[in-house]
Design a protein around this ligand. Structure first.
Ligand code: SF4
Ligand code: SF4
Ligand code: SF4
Length: 317
């Protein structure tokens, strides 16, 4: 077996830059951030060239939409970073921080209800970049899904957003047809004609918007765009399914603010080493939700960021 020459402190330093040790060697894998999973042809060419020049010549996809170039010698890392920077690419995505966002292709998907790429880019800029220096109790993963089909599994992330289209149903326009086209279009069995009129069961309806425009009598002509937020999910050694906040948020700005409040709250109330899911469990969903829908935490943003509250031990709620 080859003698390893990279010192543990150097290994730690480059890990923080997104370079992970290839076991048993002095080589590293570069984790390249794709922002929202979309790369230009020039960026891919740049990564491919860099992989041939500095690494094993292979590009490996990770489960969370980053790209890895493996086999980069330790002393080539700085050069590798500089080459990628020419195409605006960066490495990273490690440590107890906001991690790279994972987005589904809702922007182009036939079921997509929101522009997931654009929203993920905003989340990346505001929270991955904006909170890069903020050390959290543990990693914080965000996923953006375009519709309730949940391809990107938003509820298995610390925080997940799902695009919504709430049907605007005008019951007065409903004739209670024997064969209801809305009922036939609903994949959830939420829309049913009962007692001569269509009813939508809010417990079953997932706001997929598939019924919109399906009624020939214009009973459902439009819908309201929204964002459903799940908090406290995780996947890994321990699994927790995220819980949905009780209201669907109608403005993107408010949804982004809720993400920021969740990160601040985690920074403030999370115990070192504690995942957000555990914190939600410990503090209670109702308590967390109250904070996420109030202005208090944003008003204290600077105070929370200035004081190194995280890691001082003990629960504060
Ligand atoms: S979650 Fe919905 S919008 Fe996103 S890829 Fe799946 S079906 Fe398409
Ligand atoms: S929603 Fe439209 S199609 Fe369905 S019963 Fe009412 S009028 Fe008929
Ligand atoms: S929004 Fe989707 S789940 Fe809700 S009633 Fe319409 S089709 Fe059914």
């Amino acid at each position: 077996m080859a003698t390893l020459t990279v010192k543990p402190e150097d290994e730690k330093r480059v890990k923080a830059l997104g370079f992970l040790s290839n076991k048993g060697t002095d080589n590293f894998s570069a984790r390249i951030i794709t922002v929202n999973g979309v790369l230009t042809a020039d960026q891919i060419k740049c990564i491919a060239d860099a992989a041939e020049r500095f690494g094993s010549g292979r590009l490996c996809l990770t489960t969370r939409l980053t790209l890895e170039v493996q086999g980069i010698p330790y002393d080539k890392i700085d050069e590798f970073i500089a080459v990628l920077a020419k195409e605006g690419l960066v490495t990273g995505g490690t440590g107890p921080k906001v991690r790279p966002v994972v987005s589904c292709k809702g922007t182009t998907c036939q079921y997509g209800l929101i522009d997931t790429y654009a929203l993920s880019q905003k989340i990346h800029d505001r929270f991955y970049n904006g909170y890069h220096q903020v050390k959290l109790p543990h990693k914080f993963k965000i996923a953006v899904g375009g519709c309730p089909n949940n391809c990107v599994k938003p509820d298995l992330n610390d925080l997940g957003i799902i695009g919504q289209k709430i049907p605007n149903f005008d019951q007065d326009s409903c004739n209670g047809c024997r064969k209801c086209t809305v009922e036939a279009a609903c994949p959830m069995g939420a829309a049913k004609v009962e007692d001569g009129v269509l009813n939508i069961d809010p417990k079953l309806c997932n706001n997929c918007g598939r019924c919109i425009g399906k009624c020939n009598f214009d009973a459902i002509n439009g819908g309201t765009q929204g964002y459903k937020i799940y908090i406290g999910g995780r996947w890994g050694k321990k699994v927790a399914r995220g819980k949905a906040l009780s209201k669907v948020i109608s403005s993107q700005e408010e949804a982004l603010d809720v993400i920021e409040k969740a990160i601040l709250l985690y920074h403030e109330k999370g115990n070192s080493g504690e995942r957000f899911a555990q914190m939600v469990e410990r503090c209670g969903l109702d308590e967390i939700e109250k904070e996420l829908f109030s202005d208090d935490i944003m008003n204290r943003k600077q105070e929370i960021l200035d004081e190194s509250l995280h890691g001082t031990g003990g629960a504060t709620c």
